[in-house]
Design a protein around this ligand. Structure first.
Ligand code: PLP
Length: 405
């Protein structure tokens, strides 16, 4: 057994990393001055965009290194590639899929956008469930469709689907599609089979397509169990488009390897034509495709150790916050390395919260208000980093909060 190292702080500054070398101002990336030692006082600790500070699993590194000794020509994904995805989804997501349902893609968001473009018309309504990873809302709005907001309910530190409101939104004659985020970024819910069944029934009744973004599913913690929407009821198969990939769990989002599973042949044919029209089908990205296959065939051991490490990081956050930051409540995630912190107890405005975390503590988190009005008063903390970095970051937040009073 290889023992993987998640403790070493990787030098990422100056590597053109979005997380470490940029910041976002109103959604536009701005280069950030670097060159300071990571833990130096005043250096900004980046805990925002969803990538982790860990090197990839050794089998992936080896496979890519070896492949680089050869020719990097146009490449197809072979049968073994599709089999690796089929086996992974069968074993990990509880869904037995046919090989021909699987499409190779370059990312989740491109497929969500393509599905919106192909299966809805301008002005059609698309249900989204805020607080929500904002590019999913933008995918609706930027394509000239109407986001129909079915906000989640926050009760006793836990989020739920609002089924009455969902039923009402689904009955809107303009409504054609629902975008599901499962696990839900930023709140960390893994939807249970009864929740998915009820949501599926409503979509069935109102003939809505369901685009399910399942990108974080392989990062489910032991206290939850992930089931793909595809595994819930075969009756839903004619209306689901499931988007996923290894980029989050295996920390390879700089590679463009993803897949979409579409059981219905008519929907699949239209998506295939859409990809063809963008010339995204002739050749895959060779290295990304190899990384995906290697992750799914040989990455299980690394992923197991990663999850144990993240669990430790999460426990650390929970203990630290309980002991030193009683004004903050940790919304316990069921998946993901993104932790949703309820900061209402600090009594700060959105700008006050930003000043506290970013200007004063120098910890660069995502502000909850980026995920819709429902996210105001929350921040999203990325704990996909070495424990030491997390310790320093939380210590700095504590000091900043102490200065408030
Ligand atoms: C829920 C969710 N979907 C999609 C993406 C982006 O996916 P991709 O890079 O495959 O387009 C992210 C990235 O953070 C995400 O959190």
């Amino acid at each position: 057994m290889t023992k993987y190292d998640f403790d070493t702080i990787q030098a990422r500054t100056g590597s053109d990393s979005i997380k470490w070398d940029y910041s976002s101002q109103d959604g536009v990336l701005q280069p950030r001055a670097g060159g300071v030692a990571v833990l130096a006082p005043g250096a900004l600790i980046p805990m925002w965009v969803a990538d982790m500070d860990f090197r990839p699993a050794e089998p992936i590194v080896q496979a890519l290194t070896q492949r680089l000794q050869g020719v990097l020509g146009y490449t197809r994904a072979g049968q073994d590639h599709f089999e690796a995805i089929r086996d992974w989804v069968g074993q990990r997501h509880g869904w037995q899929v046919a090989l021909e349902w699987i499409m190779t893609t370059i990312g989740t968001l491109p497929m969500v956008n393509l599905a919106i473009q192909l299966f809805t018309e301008p002005g059609d309504g698309v249900i989204v469930q805020p607080p929500l990873f904002n590019p999913l809302v933008q995918a609706v709005a930027n394509n000239g469709r109407l986001p129909l907001y079915n906000a989640l309910v926050y009760e006793n530190g836990r989020y739920h689907l609002n089924f009455d409101d969902l039923e009402a939104k689904a009955a809107d004659p303009r409504c054609k599609m629902l975008i599901l985020c499962h696990p839900h970024n930023p709140v960390g819910r893994v939807w249970t089979p009864p929740e998915l069944r009820r949501l599926g029934d409503i979509c069935q009744k109102h003939e809505l397509l369901i685009v399910s973004d399942e990108l974080h599913s392989d990062l489910t913690y032991p206290w939850a169990q992930f089931n793909s929407i595809g595994a819930i009821d075969p009756a839903l198969h004619d209306r689901i488009i499931v988007c996923s990939g290894p980029s989050k769990a295996f920390n390879i989002p700089g590679l463009k390897a993803a897949y979409t599973i579409v059981p219905n042949p008519t929907l699949r044919a239209r998506l295939t034509q859409g990809l063809h029209n963008l010339d995204l089908l002739f050749s895959v990205d060779l290295l990304s495709t190899l990384a995906l296959r290697t992750a799914y065939r040989e990455g299980g051991e690394w992923l197991g150790q990663l999850l144990a490490y993240l669990e430790g990081n999460l426990a650390y956050v929970q203990q630290f916050v309980a002991a030193h930051l009683p004004q903050i409540r940790v919304v316990e995630p069921e998946a993901m390395y993104l932790v949703w912190l309820d900061c209402h107890g600090l009594g700060l405005t959105a700008e006050g919260l930003r000043q506290l975390f970013v200007d004063e503590a120098r910890v660069y988190v995502e502000m909850g208000s980026n995920y819709g009005a429902e996210g105001a008063g929350f921040v999203r903390l990325n704990i996909g980093c070495s424990r030491r970095l997390l310790e320093v970051a939380l210590e700095r937040v504590k000091t900043a909060v102490e200065k408030l009073v």
